[in-house]
Design a protein around this ligand. Structure first.
Ligand code: AMP
Ligand code: ZN
Ligand code: FE
Ligand code: FE
Length: 281
């Protein structure tokens, strides 16, 4: 039986509701699932409730986009208290920054002769929190591009004509924010923007002093070589190991929850996470 500690719902850029996600986990015999939407914990209450009905252990989580030496990293937070005043204010600021950026992107698209309204964006964003993937979906629906990747490559990624930056907190301050809200802080998919892990030792040295608890080891794109290196670095810093599918629903073809043909994440990892939290509290 696998667990899955990294998933997205329609409270960010996933396509399933938290309840549907938990039902899928139950169907796939995943014993524990963490909901880790981008920059929001708004879907976690629904997920936890669904979990208790369906017999799936649900861990309330989040994935926060941060900036570190001007490069984007993602920090996962587990069991942070979303009502903690500092965390809640930070998440509100991130929502505001997303809204501002969306307007800039829409203006740029307008300038390119592709008028998309904020109302349309709101509809596709479902539960609220909007990201570039939602804009990409509209561009696919309109037939402007064929795939979401193409939307990023031609318009939305850094350097392209409709790109707009947005505010992000620093990595270290985000780690301490999660810790102060009573959560565990984990560096997500460390190889995503650093495929040979050349920057990682320095990143870890910094983030461990800020209170980083773990790194994501099991991840669909991680090679055996990457995993070996991650295990070694985690050992050096006494870091927890986590893992998940980064499932976004059917919007990304070929992805699925952990287990089955996807990665296997051992349930013992979750026990170790809980143990660390118990010792701390
Ligand atoms: P945002 O958080 O709004 O800046 O959007 C970033 C998100 O877009 C990432 O977390 C990914 O989920 C998604 N993304 C980034 N690049 C691509 C791509 N080339 N194709 C599809 N999705 C992407
Ligand atoms: Zn996403
Ligand atoms: Fe991520
Ligand atoms: Fe993710």
């Amino acid at each position: 039986m696998s667990i899955d500690l990294h998933t997205h719902s329609n409270f960010s850029d996933g396509t399933m509701s938290p309840t549907e996600l938990v039902a899928l986990a139950s169907y796939k015999k995943i014993s524990a699932l963490a909901l880790t939407d981008h920059d929001t914990m708004a879907g976690t209450e629904e997920a936890v409730l669904a979990g208790s009905r369906m017999g799936v252990e649900v861990v309330p989580g989040i994935e926060i986009s941060v900036s570190y030496t001007q490069i984007e990293y993602h920090i996962l937070g587990y069991w942070a208290d979303s009502t903690n005043s500092v965390l809640a204010a930070a998440l509100a600021r991130l929502q505001g920054a997303r809204a501002e950026r969306n307007e800039k992107i829409l203006q740029k698209l307008h300038g390119l002769g592709i008028p998309v309204t904020s109302e349309e964006l709101q509809v596709v964003s479902e539960q609220g929190q909007t990201g570039r993937p939602h804009i990409a979906r509209i561009l696919v629906e309109r037939g402007v591009v064929k795939t979401m990747s193409q939307a990023f490559d031609q318009f939305l990624k850094k350097g392209e004509a409709a790109y707009a930056s947005r505010f992000a907190y620093g990595a270290a301050e985000t780690v301490s924010m999660i810790r102060q809200a009573g959560g565990l802080a984990v560096l997500a998919h460390p190889a995503q923007n650093d495929p040979d892990l050349v920057r990682l030792p320095a990143v870890l040295a910094d983030l461990v002093s800020a209170g980083l608890d773990g790194i994501e080891l099991y991840y669909p794109s991680h090679s055996n070589k990457v995993k070996k290196r991650l295990r070694a670095l985690a050992g050096q810093h006494d870091l927890l190991l986590t893992g998940g599918s980064d499932y976004h629903g059917e919007v990304r073809p070929g992805t699925s929850l952990a287990g089955g043909k996807n990665i296997f994440v051992p349930p013992e990892l979750l026990e170790k996470m809980k143990e660390r939290l118990r010792l701390r509290r």
